[in-house]
Design a binder for this molecule. Structure first.
Ligand code: FO1
Length: 308
């Protein structure tokens, strides 16, 4: 069974770790968000691609949900002493990934090529595709003006109000090689429990992705990142409101309108089954809080069983 997952952020990584245990990892392709990408100290950083890669390699720092386990930050301390920005914490081992990525990009290789080299070097059997090899940057509009995503998310700790979210460059960005075909040929397309606006939104904004989701022969199933009227974690509530979306599983269904077949919701949202049905979205009700490795696999298994 060919499974494709659209992913971004830390919630996605846990679900993908469960999924990679519930099926043959080699049958799984991840299309990762690159709207969170940024340049730090002249290096090209792709946080969502790295978080997926490190998680599937078993190397992720569990307590933070990003970066590498048992990491040191000597270079960051030295850069602070040189007066360089350090709000975005790059660990010493993590830097190797960014140096290698930047070296390859400077040599003219596309992001998709170096991402594939990196995941293979870490022994990850699932394919990881960036949504695009072209530059796309998620920008967050606050009452005090526009911020780059990581300025909002890390530097300002998601505190500013969100007036709007934009995906700079998405209208010119081509899907990375293999993305559209993989979506069209998939038996199952999964939308991970990621922020619908800042993690999934950029992927949907890349030309051809939405129509591939409409046309695909496979089932399209999303796992809600919202339980009740709040996100499991992160700024999804603020961003959904900024986009006029109700902060609920119904708002998630609305964000994915036109191509979503089923939405996996928590038991607490079982009462939404008929409202989702009215939008031609089947509700798959299960425990979606992934508080442990067992829960991650259980959720993945529940989703696979519901669609088989
Ligand atoms: N998140 C933070 O909250 N603080 C950080 O200093 C930070 C550094 C960082 C470095 C590499 C990386 O791959 C991710 C990092 N993240 C950090 C997480 C990152 O901001 C988020 O994972 C995504 O961009 C949100 O989807």
């Amino acid at each position: 069974m060919k499974v494709v997952a659209l992913a971004g952020g830390t919630g996605a990584a846990k679900f993908l770790r469960g999924l990679a245990k519930a099926l043959d990892p080699a049958s799984l392709t991840i299309v990762g968000n690159t709207g969170d990408d940024l340049e730090v100290w002249g290096l090209s950083i792709s946080p969502d691609l790295d978080t997926v890669m490190y998680t599937l390699a078993g190397l992720i720092d569990e307590s933070k949900g990003w970066g590498l386990a048992s990491e040191t930050f000597h270079c960051r301390e030295a850069m602070a002493a040189l007066g360089r920005p350090t709000f975005f914490a790059l660990g010493d081992k993590d830097l190797a990934t960014h140096v290698r990525r930047t070296e390859a990009l400077r040599a003219g290789h596309p992001l998709s090529r170096v991402t594939d080299d990196l995941r293979r070097s870490l022994g990850v059997r699932s394919r990881i595709l960036p949504m695009s090899d072209d530059r796309v940057r998620t920008r967050v509009r606050t009452p005090d003006g526009w911020l780059d995503f990581q300025e909002f998310f890390v530097r300002d700790r998601c505190e500013p109000d969100v007036v709007d979210v934009a995906y700079e460059g998405a209208d010119r960005a081509r899907a990375a090689p293999g993305v559209i075909e993989t979506l069209l040929e998939a038996d199952l397309v999964l939308i991970c429990p990621s922020n619908p606006v800042s993690s999934v939104g950029p992927i949907l904004a890349v030309s051809g992705v939405r129509s591939a989701l409409v046309e695909t022969r496979g089932r399209v199933v999303a796992v809600s990142p919202i339980i009740g009227d709040a996100p499991v974690s992160g700024p999804a509530g603020k961003m959904m409101r900024a986009k006029g979306l109700e902060v609920s599983p119904l708002g998630v269904a609305r964000a994915y309108e036109g191509w979503l077949d089923a939405l996996v919701v928590d038991g607490r949202d079982a009462s939404l089954t008929s409202a989702l049905g009215a939008r031609d979205v089947r509700a798959i009700v299960t425990d979606i809080v992934m508080g442990s490795a067992d829960r991650e696999v259980a959720l993945a298994r529940a989703v696979l069983e519901a669609v088989s």
